[in-house]
Design a protein around this ligand. Structure first.
Ligand code: NAD
Length: 310
């Protein structure tokens, strides 16, 4: 497994990272024992970057990941988040940041978090996030509880403003570098590279849209985008190919990111995803699928406060 430096943090991460949202049951019911086995199997096969959040399964994913990493914690790069605790439950104030971190340390069975993200910053006011939340995390870093600090979210404008306005180590963007959307390249990735900020690309399968099975019920994507992804899945099926494998192979090829985070909860998914990134990219199929997706290229959906999306 290829490893890359995460910006100037000094942390080295596997080019494919383990996304922990499915461990919290965010994409459907899960078998916890299988989830723990998937984590160990991923580690055994070279995945060393694990991403989770208190929000995923309302703490369940963190607890499960903490159990699964027992004994190997020091050999992985562990990322979690602060600020989001429910679908509409956000609290970016310093006091909650400190208690959230303490709770995460306990659930993750560790005394330091390698990377902490302010979770889905578009739901907050950017001013106080930069002037209060980030400094609170810097104090936690001074106390040795955190190694690197970042922000995450969907709208690229607010992520760009955060990278400009604070001294961040890492930025996590999701659903903006995949077969139907490469807008992560348009400004954020360049700006981050210029400043030595590591870029994490999450959701290379567009949160399930770029799979044969299609997205979960709750997926907020626009109907036209979902319909085009369904057509892309049908085009792959006609060729005996798997849309998820193509999507993942496409996403990991970009050099603009340190790591690509795919959501995983089973051993079979670990193997399928590793096989996908080790296979040659089928450029003929890629062209065909991108042509199907071309009419919806770059479509996104509202998330958070409107002022954070422009
Ligand atoms: P994703 O695009 O990785 O898709 C996940 C879905 O695809 C799940 O249903 C999973 O079971 C399925 N899947 C995985 N491998 C598959 C395969 N080979 N074939 C078919 N289906 C497969 O979306 P995601 O999970 O949202 O994103 C990855 C991770 O990035 C998350 O788990 C989370 O850790 C992180 N993330 C963070 C934020 C944030 O901080 N705001 C947002 C999104 C994602």
């Amino acid at each position: 497994m290829e490893r890359r430096l995460l910006g100037r943090t000094g942390l080295e991460v596997s080019a494919l990272g383990f996304g922990g949202a499915p461990l919290g049951g965010e994409f459907g019911p899960i078998d916890e024992a299988e989830g723990r086995r998937a984590v160990r199997h991923a580690f055994d096969r070279g995945i060393t970057y694990f991403d989770v959040a208190p929000y995923y399964g309302r703490t369940r994913a963190e607890t499960l990941l903490g159990e699964a990493l027992r004994g190997i914690r020091d050999r992985v790069v562990l990322a979690t988040k602060v600020g989001r605790y429910g679908k509409a439950d956000f609290d970016f104030r310093p006091q909650r940041v400190f208690t959230s971190l303490e709770e995460s340390l306990i659930r993750l069975q560790t005394d330091v978090i390698d990377v902490v993200f302010v979770h889905d910053i578009e739901f907050g006011e950017l001013g106080p996030i930069l002037s209060e939340t980030i400094p609170a995390l810097e104090r936690a870093r001074d106390q040795g509880k955190v190694r690197a600090i970042g922000v995450s979210g969907l709208p690229l404008p607010v992520l760009r403003r955060a990278v400009e306005g604070a001294r961040l180590d890492v930025v996590l963007s999701y659903c903006h570098y995949h077969l139907a959307d490469t807008t992560l390249e348009d400004g954020l990735a360049v700006m981050a590279a210029d400043r030595g900020v590591g870029v994490v690309n999450a959701s290379p399968l567009a949160q399930g849209m770029l799979t044969q099975a299609g997205p979960p019920e709750w997926h907020p994507g626009p109907p036209a985008l979902k319909a085009a992804c369904r057509l892309a899945a049908e085009a792959c099926a006609r060729e005996g190919a798997d849309l998820a494998a193509l999507a993942l192979r496409f996403a990991v090829e970009t050099p603009i990111v340190a790591t690509t985070l795919v959501g995983i909860s089973t051993v079979a998914q670990v193997d399928r995803n590793l096989e996908a990134i080790a296979s040659p990219l089928d450029r003929v199929l890629l062209e065909r699928v991108r042509a199907v997706l071309e009419p919806v290229e770059g479509s996104t959906w509202p998330s958070g406060r409107p002022e954070n999306s422009s």
